[in-house]
Each structure stands twice: as C-alpha cells, then as structure tokens.
Design a protein around this ligand. Structure first.
Ligand code: ADP
Ligand code: MG
Ligand code: MG
Length: 254
C-alpha cells in the first residue's frame, strides 16, 4: 500500500523557490529518514505536508492514501492521519493537556467512523498510552507544553502520536536538543508506534537518532530535492564523510 507519493514537488516561500522537484514514495510499514545540511528544505517539505499557509506549492503533486493532499485544509490532513511533530512544539496556556489530547483524538476517531470517547473512557486510554513515553500522569492536567522541558515536550508529542495512530508520522528534528535518556524514550515510542499499516518520515540532521530507529531508506536532501537514496548504511557514511561527496556525485551524473 502506497501511503505517500510526492512527484516533482516545487514550492516557494516569500517568492523564493525552496523545493526544486522533490520526489518520494513511502509505503506502509516503511520508515524513511531524510537527512541533509541546514537550509536544504527539510522543514519546508514537512510544513508543506502539514499544510502550513506560508508555503506556496508551485508545481508537482502530493498524493496521500490515493487522494490529493494539497487541496485539504491542515485540520483535515490531521484527521485523515497525517501527523507532524514540530521541532519547536507549541505551548497552549489555559488548555489542559488531557483536554487537548481528547479533542484531537475524538476528531480523528470521528473521521475513522468510530464513536467518540467520553472523558472517563479517554482517561483510561490515555493512562495506558503514558507508558509508551514513560510519562508522569501529572503532565495530563498541566497546560499543553507550558513549562515543559525540551525532553518533556518531545515525549508529549510522542504521546499524541501514540493516541492518534497516524497513517503517516513526520518527525522534524525531534531529536534536536534531547539528552540521551530522552532520546531513548522518544525513539522507543516511535518504534512501538510504527507498524505494518503505517509509515514514518524522520527528518534529522544527525545520524544519532538512527542508532535507535532503523530506517528502511535514507534520503539525502540538498537544494530542495532528494539527491540520493540508500539504506541505513548511508547514514553512517554521511556521518563519516559529510554531505559534500553526495553533491559531487550528483553533479558528475548530470
Ligand atoms: P532545513 O530544515 O533543511 O534546515 P528549511 O526548510 O528550514 O531547511 O529552509 C530551506 C531554505 O528556505 C533556507 O535557505 C531558508 O533560509 C529558506 N526559508 C525558510 N523559511 C523562509 C522564509 N519564511 N522566507 C524566506 N526564506 C525562507
Ligand atoms: Mg534547519
Ligand atoms: Mg529544519
């Protein structure tokens, strides 16, 4: 089953072309890592998938579960199973974490044609899921992300992901700023959530995360497109040799 198919995607931000013909196909059961130097367009790509209004798609197509993703509103994308974990999670003062999670969860359930859970049943469910990220139940009654440490915010996002059971999870530098314990918890959560019916795109600048999550494919992005694709060994090669050689090999091919 093809979950995501991206063809010749081009996009602008503030009139500058950032994506320059991006191609990617993601099937159910796969974990894809997208690596690449700063400024290569990785976050731009993830924001376009989520439907961020500042990014203007100028060409190409994005098909998610057989439908044109680009014509859907951001909320509709989330309901239909696209989950984006942000590099800098939002704080929402005055909204308790558990209320926020329940609204998001029920919105997704409704889309799946399932009944919404009431506050009591949801409470039971969320407490089971806390285990995935080894999170203290006290976090459920605090305002969303307010005063959370970096690691706690990331865990909270993985908790959201565990509840929403997305078809496509996109993690944009979720590893940045995590200490080793938080990194293990976050990657353990991602590994538990990944299954043969869903797919994961891990965007990361460093190889470190891939010590804990084994990707099926590693893509190198540069200048707004994917220059080369390999298996998990490519990540180690990048760590050792940097990105320059990828650029040179690509230039030699043309
Ligand atoms: P990455 O995540 O790979 O580091 P980004 O997608 O964040 O890359 O950025 C890609 C390029 O787009 C960079 O050169 C960046 O400066 C540029 N860019 C991002 N946002 C904007 C913006 N709002 N206006 C102009 N240029 C932008
Ligand atoms: Mg960056
Ligand atoms: Mg980025």
């Amino acid at each position: 089953e093809v979950i995501l198919s991206v063809r010749d995607l081009t996009a602008n931000v503030d009139g500058t072309q950032i994506l320059k013909g991006l191609n990617l196909e993601v099937k159910a059961g796969e974990i894809h890592a997208i690596m690449g130097p700063n400024g290569s367009g990785k976050s731009t790509f993830s924001k376009i998938l989520a439907g961020h209004p500042a990014y203007e798609v100028t060409g190409g197509e994005v098909i998610f579960l057989g439908e044109n993703l680009l014509e859907k509103e951001p909320e509709e994308r989330a309901r239909s199973g696209v989950f984006l974990a942000f590099q800098y999670p939002l704080e929402i003062p005055g909204v308790s974490n558990i209320d926020f999670l329940r609204v998001a969860y029920n919105s997704r359930r409704k889309h799946q044609g399932l009944e919404e859970l009431d506050a009591f049943d949801f409470d039971d469910l969320v407490r089971q899921k806390l285990d995935v990220v080894k999170m203290d139940p006290a976090f459920l009654n605090r305002s969303v992300n307010e005063g959370f440490s970096g690691g706690e915010k990331k865990r909270n996002e993985i908790l959201q992901m565990a509840l929403l059971e997305p078809k496509l999870a996109i993690l944009d530098e979720t590893d940045s700023g995590l200490d080793i314990d938080a990194l293990k918890i976050v990657s353990g959560g991602v590994n538990q959530i990944a299954n043969p019916q869903n797919a994961t795109i891990l965007i990361t600048h460093y190889q470190r995360l891939l010590n804990y999550i084994t990707p099926d494919f590693v893509h190198v992005m540069e200048g707004g497109r994917i220059l080369t694709t390999g298996g998990k060994e490519l990540a180690l090669e990048l760590e050792e040799r940097g990105y320059e050689w990828v650029r040179e090999e690509d230039a030699a091919e043309v």
